[in-house]
Write a protein that binds this ligand. Structure first.
Ligand SMILES: [Zn+2]
Length: 97
């Protein structure tokens, strides 16, 4: 069984996600790079900041980086900060069953 990856796609995020490269938040509505495929028999999907992915490509390290150790793009927030911000902007916590 070989490894297989779909082509990278770029789209606006419909929800809060975490960049696998820098581990910082990809905010709702922010454009990000998404790649899915099969790696050593397991299906996986990775999300990257567009800037993180561009930097990895530049370094030629697209598949050889340590997750969470990349430099976050300027202005990025940690997952904890982004989650807190989402909560504080939801009028009623967003729970409707
Ligand atoms: Zn990132």
């Amino acid at each position: 069984m070989g490894n297989f990856f779909h082509p990278m796609t770029e789209q606006a995020s419909r929800t809060l996600r975490q960049c696998i490269c820098c581990a910082y938040a990809i905010e709702k509505g922010e454009r990000y790079c998404k790649q899915s495929g099969v790696w050593e028999g397991d299906y996986c999907t990775n999300h990257y900041h567009t800037a993180c992915w561009a930097a990895l490509l530049e370094e030629g390290a697209a598949f050889e980086f340590t997750p969470g150790e990349g430099d976050p793009p300027e202005g990025s927030r940690s997952m904890a900060d982004a989650r807190a911000a989402l909560k504080s902007t939801s009028p009623d916590g967003g729970s409707h069953g």
